[in-house]
Design a binder for this molecule. Structure first.
Ligand code: BDR
Ligand code: CA
Length: 310
């Protein structure tokens, strides 16, 4: 079993990642869920994480709240994609029964990694603020992190022409993480835009008759609607889910070992991930970069995961 900490900002696709990771087809052991400011304010993201845990009956996993803003920049939220609550669409439980632990997410990450035998994988699907802060506060965690499997960046942007949302929100944090030396596996827009919840996919998932599957279908319907309104897409890409799908079944993806630098100074390119696809910098590769996915395998896994709920 792969031990993971899901560091997220739920968020429709973050929520679906938690659901996949906690399903019976998953080979992951969720050590903790930590939240960060991103899609909406951290308090809302935390509440959403707790609600998702309630819906899927994830009782034993600690949820800790993290950074409420990027390290240097002002806050930036994505309400136009995820709605006011950060998880608009489905009817959510008003007051979740699960509560957060008192420890700050950054402290929890440090504690878990230091106590581990070097077998914890971090799975950030929001801005990288918590991970960078943990690395700065306690650099001893860096050699103990097994892998960082993250959603962010790409060779094009969705928040600016150059930058993807998670990296753009806190590029300084991303720079710390990408330059840390910890092994990084990156799911950027190049691959996540292949994980499309098309009408066929949503119809197929709609045939699964349990509470969690219904919840996911409602999430996808809302997400697809905002992706159509905002980007003119026919279907929404479930970006974050690629991270968890990869950890369960890496054969779904094609990867390339490349060097990636984070742009923090550019007038038009702040938050860009400079992916050296052709190796022109001659720099040592620091990232396993996902280039392609097998859509049938991906959605088949998701379907089996949802069927495993009762
Ligand atoms: C990323 O931004 C958020 O809106 C999604 O949850 C995903 O993590 C995609 O750019
Ligand atoms: Ca996210």
């Amino acid at each position: 079993n792969v031990k993971v900490i899901l560091d997220c900002d739920p968020g429709h696709d973050d929520a679906i990642s938690i659901i996949l990771a906690a399903s019976k087809v998953s080979t992951l052991q969720i050590e903790a869920i930590t939240t960060v400011a991103g899609n909406v304010e951290v308090e809302k993201n935390t509440l959403n994480a707790l609600k998702v845990c309630d819906i899927i009956g994830l009782e034993d996993v600690p949820v800790a709240q993290g950074a409420d803003r990027p390290i240097i920049k002002e806050k930036e939220i994505a309400e136009e994609i995820h709605g006011e609550s950060g998880l608009d669409g489905p009817k959510l439980p008003e007051n979740p029964t699960k509560i957060i632990i008192e420890q700050h997410a950054v402290d929890l990450i440090i504690e878990k990694v230091l106590e581990s035998e070097g077998d914890i994988t971090l799975v950030p699907t929001g801005p990288l603020t918590n991970i960078a802060m943990a690395m700065i506060r306690e650099p001893k965690i860096i050699p103990k992190i097994k892998e960082i499997v993250l959603m962010g960046g790409g060779t094009f942007g969705n928040w600016t022409p150059a930058a993807e949302f998670n990296i753009y929100v806190d590029a300084e944090a991303a720079k710390v993480v990408f330059e840390s030396g910890a092994p990084i596996t990156m799911f950027g827009l190049d691959v996540t835009h292949q994980a499309l919840a098309t009408e066929t996919v949503v119809n197929e998932l709609s045939t699964i008759d349990n509470k969690v599957a219904h919840f996911v279908v409602e999430l996808l319907q809302f997400f697809n609607k905002t992706y159509k309104e905002h980007f003119g897409f026919e279907a929404g890409p479930v970006h974050d889910v690629c991270t968890v799908a990869y950890l369960i079944d890496p054969t779904i993806f094609e990867m390339k070992h490349v060097h990636v630098d984070i742009e923090t100074k550019g007038e038009h390119t702040y938050g860009m991930t400079c992916v050296d696809v052709l190796g022109v910098t001659g720099k040592e590769p620091n990232v396993q970069f996902a280039t392609n996915l097998d859509g049938n395998k991906f959605w088949d896994l998701m379907k089996k995961a949802l069927e495993s709920y009762s």
